[in-house]
Write a protein that binds this ligand. Structure first.
Ligand SMILES: Cc1cc2nc3c(=O)[nH]c(=O)nc-3n(C[C@H](O)[C@H](O)[C@H](O)COP(=O)(O)O)c2cc1C
Ligand code: SF4
Length: 429
């Protein structure tokens, strides 16, 4: 069935990031309509659409907006999480580069709905190209009267500040992001209280992902029922899957929520080396691995959980039969050790020990006791860490042992990697 792009419909057109081109293709029509709707009705519309946050956890967006207390006399804020640090994830950056006004339009609508007059876009500092593009788009929107005072004569004021983060994975965690935005070291805050009541500068704050807010203008224009027609009812809408690894044409593929890997591989030209699929991540390295048994699992928030993983960021990293799962998991564990903020013991110490043990596997010194220790460490991190970074670190470890225990044992028996000259995408031997 041919797919009609929604999120990427302007990609590939002539300079889609320019406001004139954006306006030509429905741009800011959603905002014009939204400003005629009562804010509470807008929230109800987004709630009815069943839009779920694209940042990883899949939290219902309308419900999140509804949590913002009204008539509390405090300023409200909308904060956009554009940190995009999850390994394998590449969709917020392409979205901001190609269609920054879709994000800006979504932000203004969200701000109007939750009665916020100031929004912040937190982009990781390394992404200078995106910082420049989004900053230029904000200026264009200001000049056109979509931002600033009395937007389109509605009486609503809104401004956007674009902020460059210093580049730490933990600053994608929403409360660490808020601390970082306030000028402190980015470390997670204790929850509750949640950002909806005590967020930026202790005021009610909505934190949403780029893809979440870029989906909003379409909902306002097309209606909740139109949105729900795409994908499963509980987890609907268009989605961008990032495909990387052993796939012929890696990149971003838009498809409705609930698309399977088999379908995505068909869109991307199949496996790159003609080898069999071995393991893959459905939503970044923080989501438990899937194998070829999971080719037909619908990739949406509910079905992925039912099958033992998560939809996460829809970052599908694909590995074939010549890739070593122990080596790939070692590289991911090194990432978590490096990015652990150190605030809590299970994650700080656990990720350190993971890496030490994986080094033993690589040097051919590991024993079966080491395998037990990896599982024991995972048990002690999962559910005991202060934030989800620690939980995420256990995903590749536990799931790779669950599906590929024999491969770990082969490393022990072989005194090192059994793949002769094996190379993985995560790093060469
Ligand atoms: C370690 C860590 C990193 C995260 N990184 C991001 C990120 O880069 N972008 C993002 O939108 N959400 C990220 N999240 C999830 C956010 O905490 C939060 O759930 C999300 O921004 C909410 O937006 P949404 O409801 O629109 O999905 C991360 C979470 C954790 C624990
Ligand atoms: S789980 Fe890791 S990243 Fe999260 S607070 Fe603890 S040490 Fe920091």
């Amino acid at each position: 069935m041919p797919l009609t792009p929604v999120l990427t419909k302007r990609f590939g057109t002539d300079q889609p990031w320019k406001i004139a081109n954006y306006e030509r293709l429905d741009g800011y029509a959603g905002l014009r309509k939204a400003l005629t709707i009562a804010p509470d009705d807008l929230i109800a519309m987004v709630k009815d659409s069943n839009l779920r946050g694209r940042g990883g956890a899949g939290f219902p967006t309308g419900m999140k907006w509804q949590f913002i207390p009204q008539d509390d006399g405090k300023p409200h804020y909308v904060v956009i999480n554009a940190d995009e640090g999850e390994p394998g994830t590449c969709r917020d950056l392409p979205l901001m580069m190609n269609d920054p006004h879709a994000l800006i339009e979504g932000i203004i609508i969200a701000s109007f709905a939750v009665r916020a007059n100031h929004a912040f876009i937190y982009i990781r500092g390394e992404a200078v190209h995106a910082l420049r593009r989004v900053t230029a788009a904000v200026k264009e929107a200001e000049a056109a009267g979509y931002l600033g005072r009395n937007i389109l004569g509605s009486g609503f004021d809104c401004r956007i500040t674009v902020h460059a983060g210093a580049g730490a994975y933990i600053c994608g965690e929403e409360t660490a992001l808020l601390d970082s935005l306030e000028g402190r070291r980015g470390q997670p805050r204790l929850k509750p209280p949640f950002p909806a009541t005590n967020g930026l500068y202790d005021a009610p704050t909505v934190v949403n992902n780029v893809g979440t807010l870029a989906s909003v203008p379409g909902i306002v224009l097309g209606g909740a029922d139109w949105f729900k027609k795409m994908g499963p009812e509980g987890s609907p809408g268009p989605n961008m899957y990032s495909l990387s690894g052993r796939v012929k044409n890696p990149g971003q593929y838009e498809a409705p929520m609930g698309t399977t890997l088999r379908e995505l591989l068909a869109m991307a030209g199949g496996m790159s080396r003609g080898k069999d699929l071995k393991f893959w991540t459905p939503g970044g390295s923080s989501t438990p691995l899937f194998t070829k048994e999971h080719l037909d699992i619908p990739l949406d928030f509910d079905a992925a959980v039912k099958a033992g993983s998560m939809n996460g960021t829809s970052a599908v990293m694909i590995f074939d039969e010549d890739d070593c799962v122990v080596r790939a998991t070692k590289k991911w564990s090194e990432f978590y050790k490096h990015e652990s903020c150190g605030k809590c013991t299970p994650c700080r110490e656990g990720t350190y020990w993971y890496v030490g043990i994986y080094d033993r596997f690589e040097r051919g010194e590991a024993t079966e006791e080491d395998l037990d220790t990896l599982l024991d460490l995972s048990d002690n991190i999962l559910g005991r860490a202060f934030c989800a970074l620690g939980d995420g670190a256990t995903s590749p470890v536990s799931s790779s042992i669950k599906y590929f225990r024999d491969e770990y044992l082969a490393h022990i028996e072989n005194h090192g990697c059994p793949f002769p000259g094996a190379r993985t995408l995560a790093g060469a031997h």
